[in-house]
Design a protein around this ligand. Structure first.
Ligand SMILES: Cc1cc2nc3c(=O)[nH]c(=O)nc-3n(C[C@H](O)[C@H](O)[C@H](O)COP(=O)(O)OP(=O)(O)OC[C@H]3O[C@@H](n4cnc5c(N)ncnc54)[C@H](O)[C@@H]3O)c2cc1C
Length: 414
């Protein structure tokens, strides 16, 4: 049977698009080689980041560059293979991070972030997933007074321009809010209108169940080939052939490679990351998600244990894992949070943030193929921006007015 739409990729982005299309009454087949929400959308820090109006820029300070060269930092590591493979996109990323260009990107990025919690809310309700969501905000902890002050200024700007709320905490205020922290700290910014998710993969799975209850169909199968056929599309998967009028590519870190097969050379690259869960005595659990911001990792008190997520590793998508970055983060985490217990997972989890050089995702039609739609490149905040992406993509595909200007997210900007 020919369907109206096939969505490829059941991470937070693909599931959200499928959910919005099914809600509008389309017949939708969602395809993934794994169950929904088992890749990047499983292993992340679980923050719905209403505060993240400033995308993650390429560091421009020479001091940080030089210290990154030794490959011992916690927040950023690289491998020569990654630098060589992504040299072009990384150079563009550096250019887009220059102050004037970056200043233009911020309000565009913020137009998506501003709708993030608002767009998760109806999906959480429809999915019956409120038990997974915390609304206490999260703590961006600083060891350095100068960094705390710099971020305070940015927080005040974000409050004025984009409705982000926060409390500024000195060391005493922080100790009251989070008594288990041990290191010498300057204070923290408590981002109060961001949310946390105690099991990110389970939230995506719950959204996918809600999609099925709306009449959508999920198929677990690896996609092998997509090609245009007459007025529509033909998708070959290991489960057979599927025909559809329109196709959405929401393949996260794998999207760039797939699109090359259709003749698109988009400047995708990845920033890999790791996580590990740790035990902790119940009485000493963290009350909030904590970012050790001057060091560059997150501690997330999740259902499976305290999840430590690392910063970025510039390495080819499929290069074998390395342990050093996680080990370095763990040492700093034990200093910050002495109650952190034993490792709970046999191996660290490894994943990859799907990135584009101007820090913004692609959301919209493919430039040269009718009926092909693209949604990927959500970088550090795809878990946050999945639902707003779903809404906007459905609006575009249905020819409805969109909630925000979509020009900044067009694929033909590259
Ligand atoms: C360590 C780390 C921490 C992070 N923390 C946060 C955070 O706190 N907040 C936040 O907002 N974001 C965070 N992110 C970013 C966020 O996780 C990603 O941006 C987001 O999950 C991307 O979603 P996606 O749906 O585009 O990709 P994915 O979730 O990777 O989904 C893509 C899907 O495509 C499928 N696929 C690929 N190839 C095929 C094929 N051939 N056939 C069938 N299916 C295929 C995969 O199986 C996968 O399910 C973090 C990322 C990392 C790595």
């Amino acid at each position: 049977m020919s369907r109206e739409t096939v969505v490829l990729g059941a991470g937070m982005v693909g599931v959200s698009i499928a959910w919005h299309l099914a809600r509008r009454g389309r017949s939708v087949l969602l395809v993934d080689r794994r169950p929904p929400g088992q890749e990047t959308s499983y292993g992340n820090g679980g923050l719905i980041q209403r505060e993240a109006v400033r995308p993650y820029a390429f560091p421009r300070e020479p001091g940080k560059w030089l210290s990154a060269l030794s490959n011992r930092r916690v927040d950023i590591r690289y491998r020569l293979g990654g630098i060589l493979q992504f040299a072009g996109p990384l150079y563009d990323y550096w250019r887009h991070s220059a102050p004037r260009r970056y200043a233009r990107i911020v309000p565009e990025y913020a137009s998506l972030i501003a709708l993030s919690t608002q767009e998760h809310a109806p999906m959480i309700e429809a999915a019956g997933a409120a038990h997974l969501i915390g609304k206490e905000g999260w703590l961006e902890v600083h060891r350095s007074h100068a960094e705390l002050e710099r971020r305070r200024d940015e927080a005040e700007d974000a409050a004025r321009r984009f409705g982000v709320t926060h409390d500024l905490l000195d060391a005493g205020g922080l100790a009251q809010r989070e008594p288990q922290l041990g290191a010498e700290l300057a204070g923290a910014i408590h981002w109060t209108n961001s949310w946390s998710v105690s099991d990110p993969g389970a939230l995506v799975a719950a959204y996918a169940d809600s999609f099925r209850r709306q009449g959508g169909e999920f198929l677990q199968a690896s996609v092998r080939r997509i090609r245009q056929q007459g007025e529509g599309w033909c998708i070959d998967s290991e489960a057979g052939r599927h025909e559809a009028r329109e196709v959405v590519v929401a393949l996260g870190p794998w999207a760039g490679e797939w699109l090359r097969g259709l003749g698109y050379r988009l400047p995708t690259f990845v920033k890999r990351g790791y996580h590990m869960h740790y035990g902790v005595a119940e009485a000493r659990r963290l009350r909030h998600w904590i970012a050790d911001a001057d060091v560059g990792y997150i501690l997330a008190p999740m259902r499976a244990g305290i999840r430590l997520t690392t910063g970025a590793e510039l390495a080819p998508l499929d290069a074998p894992p390395r342990q050093g970055q996680l080990e370095a983060a763990e040492r700093k985490a034990r200093e910050l949070y002495p109650a952190l217990g034993e490792r709970l997972d046999a191996q660290p989890w490894k994943g990859a943030r799907p990135c584009l050089p101007d820090m913004k995702p692609v959301i919209g039609p493919a430039p040269r193929h009718k009926g092909l739609w693209l949604a990927f490149g959500h970088g550090h905040q795809g878990f946050t921006m999945g639902p707003v992406t779903g809404r906007l993509m459905a609006e575009l595909m249905e020819g409805e007015p969109t909630a925000v200007d979509m020009a900044p997210f067009r694929a033909d900007r590259f």
